[in-house]
Design a protein around this ligand. Structure first.
Ligand code: G1P
Length: 294
């Protein structure tokens, strides 16, 4: 029997240097796309994928994330007294959404290190890992798509996307062979090797890892076994590569559109597209954009 994935780890202790000065005193995970913080989109994706427990790995200056998922007593009282029932239920739904627990990563020593901080809270069971700067719009939540592959093979799965050569050095990149899965030859891969942030000339393919992972619990000993890699940090990609020595790992070219919302241009693209898709303001925003001289 393949164990069920119940928990998701959200590393959120990074310094957000790509988005300075906005992130000097504000966590990048709290940057809003239209009116909802990046991390809430990702928590909702996990929930809609059937995940029950959220573990957020935070650092200094990240308390607004905890406040966001907590009850806001004063705000609720105010909205109640003014009879703003819609807003009240929206605000309540965030704190009612899911059980969240927090663990601190005291130093930003890398993604692998952040995931390792969650070891005791995760225990000996498989879990999802979600990077909130990667916001993914899709019909079936991306985590759900990965879970379907995990539930079939019982092995770790990473989300994959083709990226252009001039961007490949920003990612973990895989060497992988397609496997026939439900008659579909082009979406599921068995991974042979992977490398974190390769030079374009060293990249084994154009398939990059995107911030969604299903990890079996052996990943923790793998992280403990590796040395710091790219950028002097403990890299999750290196731990996965270590795990490949003893276990298979799969990759899924997911259906959906991914926005790199931790990057200023990616964030703007996401903002525009999410606003255009909103029932309450999409039409007005479209009219506004059409009126611009571009
Ligand atoms: C992280 C991972 C990298 C992955 C990327 C996806 O890098 O280390 O393997 O491709 O997320 O967004 P970061 O963007 O934190 O440098």
């Amino acid at each position: 029997m393949i164990p069920k994935v119940r928990k998701a780890v959200f590393p959120a202790a990074g310094l957000g240097t790509r988005f300075l000065p906005a992130t000097k005193a504000m966590p990048k995970e709290m940057l809003p796309l239209v009116d909802k913080p990046l991390i809430q989109y990702c928590v909702e994706e996990a929930m809609h994928s059937g995940i029950q427990d959220i573990i957020i790995v935070t650092g200094r200056g990240k308390s607004s994330i905890e406040d966001h998922f907590d009850v806001s007593f004063e705000l609720e009282q105010l909205l109640e007294s003014k009879n703003k029932t819609d807003m009240l239920s929206m605000v309540r739904s965030i704190s009612d959404m899911i059980d969240v627990c927090y663990i601190r990563q005291k130093e930003a020593l890398g993604l692998g290190h952040a995931v390792l901080r969650a070891k005791d809270l995760v225990g000996n069971e498989p879990f999802a890992t979600v990077l909130s700067d990667d916001v993914i719009a899709s019909d079936v939540p991306c985590i759900r798509q990965l879970l379907d592959i995990y539930e079939y093979y019982g092995a770790s799965v990473v989300a994959l996307m083709e990226v252009p050569p001039d961007q490949i050095s920003s990612y973990g990149v895989v060497d992988a062979e397609p496997v026939s899965h439900n008659g579909n030859e082009h979406r599921v891969f068995r991974i042979r090797n992977m490398v974190e942030k390769p030079k374009p000339s060293d990249a084994p393919s154009n398939l990059a890892i995107i911030g969604r992972y299903i990890l079996t619990p052996e990943i923790f000993t793998c992280i403990e076994s590796i040395e710091p890699g790219a950028g002097g940090e403990l890299q999750l990609t290196d731990a996965l590569k270590y795990m490949l020595r003893s276990r298979p790992i799969y990759g899924l070219k997911f259906d959906g559109k991914r926005y790199d919302a931790g990057d200023k241009l990616g964030f703007l693209k996401a903002t525009v597209e999410f606003a255009l898709n909103r029932h309450d303001m999409g039409d007005a925003f479209r009219t506004y954009l059409k009126g611009l001289t571009l």
